[in-house]
Structures are given as C-alpha cells and as structure tokens.
Design a protein around this ligand. Structure first.
Ligand SMILES: Cc1cc2nc3c(=O)[nH]c(=O)nc-3n(C[C@H](O)[C@H](O)[C@H](O)COP(=O)(O)OP(=O)(O)OC[C@H]3O[C@@H](n4cnc5c(N)ncnc54)[C@H](O)[C@@H]3O)c2cc1C
Length: 390
C-alpha cells in the first residue's frame, strides 16, 4: 500500500489532518487502534477556542457545531463563597468560546472523511513505524487478521500520549519536560439543566470544582480528588453532596441542579512536552507530543493548532517540493505549546488545593482577587482562555 501521508491515530488531530489534506488534494490513510464506536463515544474535552471554531467552519465542518454548540461570552471564578465573572468577550474585542463535545467534533470529522471517500482503518493492531530517516517511511499494521505495510512520504504521529510513534524515536533524540500534580479530577456527566449559563471554576478549601455543561440538558461537573482515586468509592449521593459544598455561595443564591449521573471517571492531571516534535519524516501532533492539565481547556485546541501548521507544511512540500515550513514545524508549534503550558499550569496552580499548604492558599486568594479586580490581569486570563490567534 502507498499513500502520501500515513496518519497514526483517529483522534481530533489525526482526523482533522486527514480532512485538511484532502481539501488540498493530498492523500492520506488513517490507522486507528480502537473501533469507530469507541472513538465516537469517548468523552473528553468540550471547550472550543474561537480559532478552532473558525477553522472547523472554514473547512466545511461548522453545520452541526453552529446548530448545537453553545457560545459563551464569559466564565466565573468563585472563591471564598463569592462569584466573579470574567467577561471574555469584552476583554478580547468580542471573542468567544463554544461548548461542543470533543466526541461531536470527532463524529463530524469521521462523517466528513466518509463522505469524501477518506481511508480510515479502525481496530488495527501491531502498528509499528520504520524508516523514519528515509524519504519512504513505512507503517506496519494488522487489520482484519491481515498484515499490511503502508509506504508513505511522511508519517504523522497523532496517536495520543500512550501511542507508539513518540517511543519509536531513538532514545537521546528527544528531550522531555514533565510535571505531575498531586491530584486528579473526578468528572461526571448528568442529565440535568445547567445551574449556570457559564462555566464556574471554584477554589474551595476542600479542593477545586468545575461546573461545566455539554448542552441545555446535560451538565459536566468535576471535583478535585486523589490522582489514583477509586471511582467506586464515590456514590452518586456523595458526589452531589461534595459538589453542593464546593459550589455553594455565601449569599446562598446559587442552586445546583441534580440529575441522573450517566458517566463517571477519574483523570490524572499532567503537564508534558517533548522537543522537538519531529524526527526525520515523522511529525508528532497533539497529545502525542504534549499534555496539559484540563484546567485551561486547551488539549484539543492545541492539537488543532498543531495539525493546521503541519498541513500547511505538507501542502508546501507536495505543491512545490520546498520543505522550509515543515523544517520550522516543531519550533513554530512549540512557541504556542509553551504559552499554553504556562496558562494551563497557572490556572491549575491558582485553583487547586495543594495539601495543607496554607501559604500557597493565601497566594491563590491574592492572585484571584487581582485577576478579578484588575482589567490588565483579567485580560491576560481572557485572551489566553479564548485562544491566542492561530
Ligand atoms: C480522560 C481525558 C479527559 C480529558 N478532558 C479534557 C477536557 O475536559 N478539556 C480539555 O481541553 N482536554 C481534555 N483532555 C485532553 C484532550 O481530550 C486531548 O488533548 C485531545 O484528545 C488530543 O487529541 P489527539 O488527537 O492529539 O489525541 P487523542 O484524542 O488521544 O487521539 C489519539 C488516537 O490515537 C489512537 N491510538 C493510540 N495508540 C495507537 C496505536 N498504537 N495505533 C493506532 N492508533 C492508536 C487512540 O485510540 C486515539 O484514538 C482530556 C484527555 C483525557 C485522556
């Protein structure tokens, strides 16, 4: 088998890359370890930056997104029992975020690739990349019990944090930067009307909480927990009780609506970057190259920014034979990656409980008071949250 771009992974990065390349007449094959149903149901991110929405819209993926996505103009920071709204739009010249589940983006992308005759192989096994320093790298895999080899001009490693592409790069070629946090998030989806139109980020003495939503009927709520928390220790009653405690306001005006919980899970929080994001003809994109704690709502958006750059480099390579954009891919992506790393680390540090560190807590409150009272500080949060220009 032969294609121009072999893509490992059908998450948002791999699927969007395949779509963008198709629009430019470049052929690709996407190899995915999981089933189509699995990737379409996998619940993850839900906040799209304006630049992400614009890119999806401009490339023909905006229909359902604009029909079902919820446009938000602000977020709330809640601490010491009081809410403070950050007016994202007023602080950024009218920019917004859109609430639209990652699995919906994935469904739209798969439907578009299917409509356009795209080649996505689900449930492939034994994926291995080779010849990365040659101009004919290959991907070996097994599909439907048959062994195949895909010869490519370029391989895109879009296979997430636990994929095989990054570990295929020889030891010593990459530098890793890593930070783990002493907590995780317990996340739920519940069938209930949102108690607030906008997201609420809470710094509470018992730990961080986040009130988010997926639609006018479905809420997404998170609680800071132990990084290895046993989800079975959290009955629905216990979850609601803890959410009521952490989200409560001193004036008692806030009322959290409850509803049946239909999804529950624990995710560890982690910051990770690998440099460079390229080795020979293998280019890493999205979670394969970097991870951010979800507090900044950036993981999916960063994956989109990477593949946009990668597609531009590939269009240049296949169009004119020039490779200067591809050679600059890693450097250009990493500038944004580190800005997003800092923002996500900063939001995480400001909002979570760090054990019994009372000094840290005082610093957090001081910072939250500053961010919610100074236009300059609030603007810093707002422009990073809605996303810096792509
Ligand atoms: C549990 C969880 C919750 C999250 N919640 C949020 C959130 O609330 N907000 C936020 O902004 N971000 C969140 N994120 C981060 C966000 O979802 C990711 O940044 C985003 O999915 C990155 O997209 P990607 O395409 O790079 O990687 P992925 O979505 O991870 O896609 C990689 C794909 O590669 C496939 N794959 C892996 N190995 C192989 C292999 N060997 N062969 C073939 N295919 C392979 C995987 O099955 C997967 O489909 C969350 C992440 C996780 C894990």
């Amino acid at each position: 088998m032969r294609t121009q771009v072999g893509i490992v992974g059908a998450g948002p990065a791999g699927l969007l890359l395949s779509h963008l390349l198709h629009l430019e007449g470049i052929r690709s094959v996407v190899l995915e370890a999981r089933s189509r149903e699995y990737v379409e149901q996998r619940v993850r991110a839900g906040v799209l930056e304006q630049g992400t929405v614009e890119l999806l819209t401009d490339t023909g993926l905006g229909d359902r997104l604009h029909r079902e996505g919820l446009v938000h103009h602000g977020v709330e920071l809640r601490f010491e029992g009081e809410g403070h709204r950050i007016d994202l739009s007023a602080l950024t010249g009218g920019r917004t975020i859109t609430i639209y589940g990652q699995q919906e983006v994935v469904k739209d992308l798969i439907a578009a690739r299917e409509r356009d005759g795209g080649d996505i192989r689900f449930e492939v096994e034994d994926v291995a990349v080779d010849g990365l320093k040659t101009d004919r790298p290959t991907i070996a895999f097994t599909h439907d019990g048959e062994h195949g080899t895909l010869e490519c001009d370029v391989i895109a490693g879009c296979d997430g944090f636990h994929g095989i592409c990054r570990p295929s790069i020889p030891a010593g070629e990459l530098t890793e930067y890593d930070r783990t946090y002493p907590f995780g998030w317990l996340g739920i989806l519940a069938r209930a009307a949102p108690s607030s139109d906008e997201l609420i980020y809470v710094n509470h003495p018992r730990g961080f909480a986040l009130s988010s939503l997926r639609s006018p009927e479905i809420v997404r709520l998170y609680l800071q927990c132990e990084p290895d928390e046993d989800v079975d220790r959290w009955s629905d009653e216990r979850i609601w009780e803890e959410l009521h405690t952490r989200l409560a306001t001193t004036d008692g005006d806030y009322e959290l609506t409850e509803g049946p919980i239909f999804e529950k899970g624990v995710a560890a929080l982690r910051s990770f970057v690998v440099e460079p994001m390229q080795y020979g003809r293998l280019f890493l994109a999205g979670d394969a190259a970097h991870i951010v704690p979800a507090t900044g709502a950036k993981g999916l958006n960063l994956a989109v920014a990477d593949v946009r750059r990668l597609s531009e480099g590939l269009v240049q390579l296949f169009g004119s034979g020039r490779s200067d954009l591809l050679e600059d891919y890693s450097r250009a992506c990493l500038r944004r990656v580190w800005r997003v790393q800092h923002f996500s680390w900063w939001m995480t540090s400001m909002l979570h409980r760090f054990g019994d560190d009372r000094y840290q807590h005082k610093l957090q409150i001081s910072e939250l008071e500053y961010v919610t009272s100074s236009t300059a500080a609030a603007t810093t949060l707002a422009e990073n949250y809605v996303g810096l220009p792509l």
